[in-house]
Structure formats: C-alpha cells, structure tokens
Design a protein around this ligand. Structure first.
Ligand code: 5GP
Length: 127
C-alpha cells in the first residue's frame, strides 16, 4: 500500500508559511525549526520540503538530491547547535517517530534533534 500525504498537516502549513516557526536553518530541500514544546534544552525538528509522510516513505520515494540535501541539513543543524561530539558538543539524539508504534503525531517526516541534557535510555523499559 502506498502512502497518501495530507497537505493540511501542521508542518505542511509551516512550509507554506501559513504558521510561524523559529527557523534554525533553511536549505533547498530542508527546513529546521525549534519544537513548540521542547523536551530538552535543545529540541529542533528537521523536515524535508517534499511531501513525505515518514522516513521509509522518504527513503524509498525521494530523489537522491533530496536525500542528500536532507541528510546534509541534519549535519549542518548539529553543527549550528554545537552538539557534535567532534566539536566538543555533548552529543544528541536523532529520532524519527513513525506511525502508531512510534507514536507519530504529525504525518510529515521530521527528525527530532535533542540535546542539552542527559537524555536517558533510548526508550523506556516496559513496566
Ligand atoms: P512526533 O510525535 O510526530 O514525532 O512529533 C511532533 C512534534 O511536533 C512534537 O514534538 C510537537 O511538539 C511538535 N509540534 C507540533 N505542532 C507544532 C507547531 O505548530 N510548531 C512547532 N514548531 N512544533 C510543533
């Protein structure tokens, strides 16, 4: 089954300029902006400009240029945020929640970049 993209999702509206955002970086293929409800001192979302629902949709359907552009934008954002361990940053976590199991809220691919505190285990253990 192929994905169908809902162009009324909140990030599509941000890309069209219908909703404001605090931009960290904009490139030909990506936009990075601060999360409205940060879960760490640093919490930035990086999204591709194309209409992709999630990471596997993007990885399978996006052009090579889009994939390179998006991936490079993530690298540039990490550099701008100063979180890269190679530059004495404290490190970060990159997360792309997907679908029901991933508890994805917005159906436009987004990679969360979280840093600024020790983030704990990757996922909570079941109790
Ligand atoms: P998800 O759960 O889909 O991985 O994450 C969606 C993220 O989008 C959440 O962290 C949420 O705080 C963020 N978010 C939702 N609406 C807006 C908005 O209008 N502006 C911004 N900047 N972030 C939003």
């Amino acid at each position: 089954m192929s994905y169908s993209y809902d162009d009324q999702n909140i990030f599509a509206k941000i890309l069209r300029g219908e909703i404001p955002n605090k931009t960290v970086l904009e490139t030909k293929h990506a936009l990075a902006f601060e999360d409205i409800a940060p879960q760490a001192p640093t919490h930035v979302l990086v999204i591709p400009k194309g209409p992709y629902v999630n990471y596997d949709h993007f990885a399978q359907q996006a052009s090579d240029e889009e994939i390179v552009g998006f991936t490079r934008a993530i690298g540039e954002v990490c550099k701008l945020l100063g979180v890269q361990p190679s530059m004495d940053g404290m490190g970060y976590r990159a997360i792309a929640n997907t679908g029901e199991a991933g508890v994805q809220e917005v159906p436009h691919l987004h990679v969360h970049i979280l840093s600024g505190r020790i983030l704990g285990r990757m996922i909570p253990r079941p109790s």
